[in-house]
Design a protein around this ligand. Structure first.
Ligand SMILES: Nc1nc2c(ncn2[C@@H]2O[C@H](COP(=O)(O)OP(=O)(O)OP(=O)(O)O)[C@@H](O)[C@H]2O)c(=O)[nH]1
Ligand SMILES: [Mg+2]
Ligand SMILES: [Zn+2]
Length: 353
């Protein structure tokens, strides 16, 4: 299998010129499990680890290779093992705030063309969660597709409610209702999964990401587990991010279900997925309008005359506030890290004198 079949196109060929070693061995990261990696070079999947130098020079966990990244590697042990030396620039990136109080990003997957955002029709459907996933995708330059799973567990009214909630929220991305159990709607998804393109499954634990992957593979290649009886939540069965090349040539990344979906510094993603609200915000009289009380606020005017729904207005402001707040702390943290780096360098220099 040539590298092109794994998605290495003109864009990456061009970007390779920016690397420290443009002529290195290129490969794609296919699995990440803490500090151990798998890479594919078109011929074989090989175990890999990070070069000490790469680890030493990163400023943030976002700079670490993630599943889907293109990397430069050096082979050892007769091509049975590789060391990752460099990460290619990314065409697109799904990332999220690391969980807990730290303000940093974590790579979910890189160089993804389409994100399949899964919610199950029975219990998991939540319009605000959906909005967060959309922000994440749009912010990362990834095309979203909404996939509503476990159609077999939902009644006609449930499906109608989901459709109308999505419409009311002004969400216009393509959507599919499927049942992996009954193999219903899976072909429709398959038909949009073009060879050479990379897809990523996103969604809470238990919505049926891995079950869908197994369906597309044709057998139960990966573990799945019943959701919990008492609250219908998943059991966090999948623990590593993994890229599978499907037999018709499309690639699909399965991910562990996410507990938290913080949006730091995702202003672009928010403006992209709330385009009409963002356009209105551009028309406010004051550039620093808070859209809550000012005269000449275009958002408030649109809210008043019904062009913008209250739900949409509130989601937009909430996500913006969260994103801006974290952006500020993130910028501060980066600056501190940088200052600290400079300080270490000066100390080292002085020691050498
Ligand atoms: N009724 C029904 N159950 C399904 C369907 N798809 C998946 N399930 C069940 O939902 C449960 C959870 O599925 P998984 O595929 O493990 O969920 P996941 O999203 O991969 O979860 P994590 O790996 O924990 O993130 C399993 O018991 C599946 O059999 C479906 O279409 N219909
Ligand atoms: Mg899973
Ligand atoms: Zn305003």
């Amino acid at each position: 299998m040539a590298l092109e079949r794994l998605g290495f196109d003109d864009w990456f060929i061009q970007k390779s010129a920016e690397l420290k070693n443009p002529d290195g061995n290129h490969a794609r990261v296919t699995a990440v499990d803490r500090d151990s990696y798998l890479i594919h070079n078109g011929t074989a999947e090989i175990r890999a680890e990070l070069a000490g130098n790469l680890l030493y020079n990163i400023e943030s966990s976002i700079d670490l290779p993630g599943v889907g990244d293109w990397v430069n590697v050096q082979y050892y042990d007769g091509e049975n093992f590789a060391i990752i030396h460099e990460v290619f620039p990314r065409k697109s990136l799904l990332r999220r705030k690391t969980s807990g109080r730290s303000v940093d990003y974590q790579v979910i997957a890189a160089n993804v063309d389409t994100a399949c955002i899964l919610q199950s029709c029975d219990a998991n459907f939540n319009i605000h969660r959906l909005e967060r996933y959309l922000v994440m995708a749009v912010d990362g330059r990834v095309r979203p597709v909404l996939v509503f799973t476990k159609k077999d567990l939902a009644g006609r009214e449930d499906l109608a409610r989901i459709e109308s909630d999505v419409r009311k929220a002004g969400i216009e991305y393509p959507s599919l209702f499927i049942s992996s159990r009954l193999d219903d709607g899976v072909d429709a998804l398959k038909s949009i999964m073009a060879p050479g393109n990379t897809f990523c499954l996103l969604g809470s634990s238990g919505v049926g990401k891995t079950t869908l992957l197994n369906r597309l593979i044709g057998h139960n290649a990966f573990d799945t587990q019943e959701v919990r009886e008492f609250d219908g939540k998943g059991r966090h069965t999948t623990t590593r991010r993994q890229l599978t090349v499907l037999d018709w040539g499309a690639m699909l990344i399965d991910t562990p279900g996410m507990r938290e979906l913080g949006t730091i510094g995702m202003g672009d993603g928010i403006d992209g997925s709330f385009a009409e609200a963002a356009d209105l915000a551009g028309e406010c009289r004051f550039a620093d309008c808070s859209h809550t009380k000012e005269d000449g606020c275009a958002l408030l005017a649109a809210l008043e005359d019904g062009r913008l729904s209250r739900e949409r207005y509130e989601s937009y402001l909430n996500l913006k506030a969260e994103s801006d707040f974290h952006e500020m702390s993130y910028a501060e943290k980066r600056k501190k890290d940088k200052d600290f780096g400079k300080y270490i360098k000066t100390v080292k220099k002085q020691l050498r004198k």
